[in-house]
Design a protein around this ligand. Structure first.
Ligand code: 5GP
Ligand code: ZN
Length: 137
């Protein structure tokens, strides 16, 4: 399934040219146009799924395996010091393009990026209440 209005469908299926660092029958991996760091790239499934809620489990698993493979390769080739793999779902979580994608972000000492969250604080009772909500049938 492709979405005719989706830019990532067009890129993933080669209708719009892109800097492609990997391609197989299920995925195209492209360089991000607004890179957070040197080498920031995106794993795009060729089929359209809006987000993690919609993508089939097997395809998400394949994307995770590919992320591991490319993280190793990119770390070696680019001389990265670390790596973030980020996957945003829905606007509230920072997703701007509603076609499932995995960010591959090589990290370098002092690269000036602030990708991690601000640690919070929470009372124990609230932690317990959240845990029970998740565990409840
Ligand atoms: P999101 O915020 O949805 O998780 O990430 C979308 C990413 O796609 C952003 O990092 C943005 O820079 C990138 N992006 C948006 N449009 C294009 C495009 O047309 N080509 C490429 N290569 N990257 C894009
Ligand atoms: Zn799409």
């Amino acid at each position: 399934m492709k979405d005719p209005n989706c830019i990532f469908c067009k890129i993933a299926n080669g209708e719009i040219p892109s800097r492609t660092l990997y391609e197989d029958e299920k995925f195209r991996v492209i360089m991000d146009l607004g890179p957070a760091t040197r080498g920031h790239s995106l794993i795009l499934p060729k089929e359209h799924y809006a987000n993690l809620y919609e993508i089939p489990e097997d395809l998400a698993a394949d994307a995770a395996k590919l992320a591991k493979k490319l993280a190793i390769r990119m770390t070696e080739k680019l001389g990265a010091d670390g790596f973030n793999i980020i996957q945003n779902n829905n606007e509230a979580a920072g997703q701007t393009v509603p076609h499932y994608h995995v960010h591959l972000i090589p990290r370098y000492q002092n690269d000036g990026q602030h990708i991690l969250w601000n640690p919070g604080e929470m009372p124990a009772e609230e932690m317990d209440e959240i845990l029970n909500t998740i565990l409840a049938d």
